[in-house]
Design a protein around this ligand. Structure first.
Ligand code: PAF
Length: 280
């Protein structure tokens, strides 16, 4: 497996792979890789014949009071995990190299970015869309794989790709979960074993929503209330939002159209912010 730290190194390696007739899959990450990320690498290897993983803790998607400085940086372990998972190339630029000095270009995806996490993390999706656009431009992949866990991020990226005509196919991969059902996240390592147990209220609340919809409930307010009630059963969780939304536009819905909607949750558990969702 190769490692590139600069865009010219990355482009040379990708050009060589293309010249050898390989198709390019791309998995963007911020490192601190877990089994969820490695499932994305495996998916990319099914979709393409040369897989690039980027490892870049993107400063522009963190708010001033968020965990940018303490976000875990575990490059050596990540590199080894990528190699073991069969990735072909790791792209790990430094922020100083990747963002040119004085960079002043932003990608803003309006509407889809506004609600849910967008409300609680102003500027977050502007940072995500901008860095993903930069990464897409650097890697020039045929296909890029994103986790369903970050449902709003996925919707933002899909919209950006559509609106800006990026020649890349977006593949969504299902959320990978801990054995207790909690969605895998790099931030889970901030949680104590007790907190990881408390966090199970989140997938349990999602299961309540799925159960109600499977039984024919279509009223979003009723489903939302049932989800909120289940979350309230775990007093350590401070709920930021429970949203019943259209899975493509992220707009709130009043009636649940099965197969088109999702319930999305964000909670604070101590100083750790957790998100999860399920399609309905
Ligand atoms: O999902 C993530 O890890 C990040 O938001 C991403 C897509 C790598 C952009 O920094």
């Amino acid at each position: 497996m190769q490692v590139a730290h600069t865009i010219p190194e990355l482009r040379a390696a990708v050009a060589q792979a293309r010249a050898a007739g390989r198709t390019i899959g791309f998995v963007p990450t911020m490192g601190c890789l877990h089994a969820g990320h490695l499932a994305l690498v495996a998916r990319s290897r099914q979709e393409a014949t040369f897989t690039v993983v980027s490892i870049f803790v993107n400063p522009t998607q963190f708010g001033p009071n968020e965990d940018f400085s303490r976000y875990p940086r575990t490059f050596e372990a990540d590199r080894a995990a990528c190699a073991a998972a069969g990735a072909d190339l790791v792209f790990a630029p430094t922020p100083a190299d990747f963002y040119p000095a004085g960079a002043s270009t932003w990608v803003e995806v309006e509407g889809v970015s506004a609600g849910l996490c967008g409300e609680f993390r102003p500027g977050h999706f502007r940072g995500v869309a901008t860095v993903v656009a930069m990464l897409f431009n650097a890697v020039q992949a045929d296909v890029a794989v994103f986790g369903q866990k970050d449902l709003q991020q996925l919707a933002v990226i899909r919209r950006m790709v559509r609106d800006l005509h990026f020649p890349v196919r977006i593949v969504a991969h299902e959320t990978v979960r801990e054995p207790n059902g909690v969605a895998m996240s790099s931030r889970n390592r901030y949680l104590s074993p007790e907190d990881l147990l408390r966090a199970t209220a989140i997938p349990a609340a999602l299961a309540v929503a799925r159960g109600l919809v499977a039984d024919g409930e279509a009223d979003a307010a009723r489903v939302r209330a049932a989800v909120a009630a289940r979350l309230a059963g775990e007093p350590a969780l401070r709920v930021q939002y429970v949203g019943i939304v259209d899975a493509e536009t992220m707009a709130p819905v009043d009636r649940i159209a099965p197969g088109r909607c999702a319930v999305a949750i964000a909670c604070q558990l101590g100083s750790t912010r957790l998100i999860d969702n399920t399609l309905l």
